[in-house]
Structures are given as C-alpha cells and as structure tokens.
Design a protein around this ligand. Structure first.
Ligand SMILES: Nc1ncnc2c1ncn2[C@@H]1O[C@H](COP(=O)(O)OP(=O)(O)O)[C@@H](O)[C@H]1O
Ligand SMILES: [Mg+2]
Length: 137
C-alpha cells in the first residue's frame, strides 16, 4: 500500500504523520511525506528570492520533523518537497502520478480556527483525490 502524507509542519499534520507511521509499522505501508512551499498567487512574481528560500526552508523543516519519527524507528520513508500556488492541487497530482492508494491528511493546518471543521487544503483533497483519503482530526 502506497500512502501519501502531506504535511505543513502543523500540529494537525503531525497527527496525520503519526497515522502514516502506524500504517508503516503495522501494514508495511510505503509512506511518502510531502510538503508544499506555498506561495500566495498575488506576490509570486514580485517575491524577493530570500522569501522564496525562507518558505522552502519551512517546508524542508516540516519534512525533517516528520521524517525524524520514521528514522527513530528505522522505517523507510520518502520525502518530497514541492513549490506552488495551491498545495491541494500538487497533492492531488502527486497521488495520481505516483499511483498512491491512500492519502492521510490533517483536518486543519497552519491556519486552524476552532470553528472551522476542515481546512481548504483538506477539503479540496477530499473532494478531488484519485484515491481513498483519511482525514485525521
Ligand atoms: N503546504 C502544504 N503542504 C503539504 N501539506 C499541507 C500543506 N498545507 C496543508 N497541508 C495538509 O492539509 C492539512 C489541512 O490543512 P489546511 O486544509 O491547509 O488547513 P488550514 O486552513 O488550517 O491551513 C494539514 O494538516 C496538512 O496535512
Ligand atoms: Mg493551510
């Protein structure tokens, strides 16, 4: 079973990472961690190079934090860093191209608000994923 776990480094996404870890341990799932350095559409062109780097560093840090959990248990894991405007689109595309069986995603992420049931990335992935989606809350 191929499992894609998108993470933005947030607490909720780390719950999804934990779930992915369980699947690797108990069902020998092949897990891929994915983080999208997200650039707001409005300022993509004018963005100073150092900001771009900073956003990519954040995505890299999210992957490092998640990968450490797998490393600690000697479980193999792949990591994918992407950059783009709409994280959900890249997640859906990756699930399709990589023929993933399941996506495990957090219900909310970095913009979490108590009253919001599901973040926009999670909602879009649930709506358009080419495979089964587990939303961890
Ligand atoms: N930039 C991103 N890269 C990878 N995964 C992401 C990204 N943003 C969100 N996710 C995934 O989607 C989940 C829900 O986040 P999201 O829908 O963006 O909620 P919010 O509106 O709170 O930011 C996160 O827990 C994470 O698993
Ligand atoms: Mg978000």
């Amino acid at each position: 079973m191929k499992v894609l776990v998108p993470t933005d480094g947030s607490e909720h996404s780390m719950k999804a990472v934990q779930r992915g870890l369980e699947l690797a341990e108990k069902q020998e799932a092949q897990v891929t961690l994915m983080s999208v350095a997200y650039f707001g559409a409005d300022y993509l062109d004018e963005m100073p190079p150092n900001i771009r780097e900073k956003l990519e560093d954040e995505a890299r840090a999210a992957l490092k934090k998640a990968k450490a959990l797998f490393d600690a248990k000697n479980l193999p894991v792949e990591t994918v860093l992407m950059t783009g405007l709409v994280p959900a689109n890249l997640i859906i595309q990756k699930a399709q191209d990589g023929k993933f069986d399941r996506i495990v995603i957090g219900s909310t992420g970095q913009n979490a608000l108590e009253k919001i049931v599901m973040g926009s990335t999670a909602a879009k992935v649930v709506a358009h994923a080419p495979c089964e989606v587990t939303v961890v809350r």
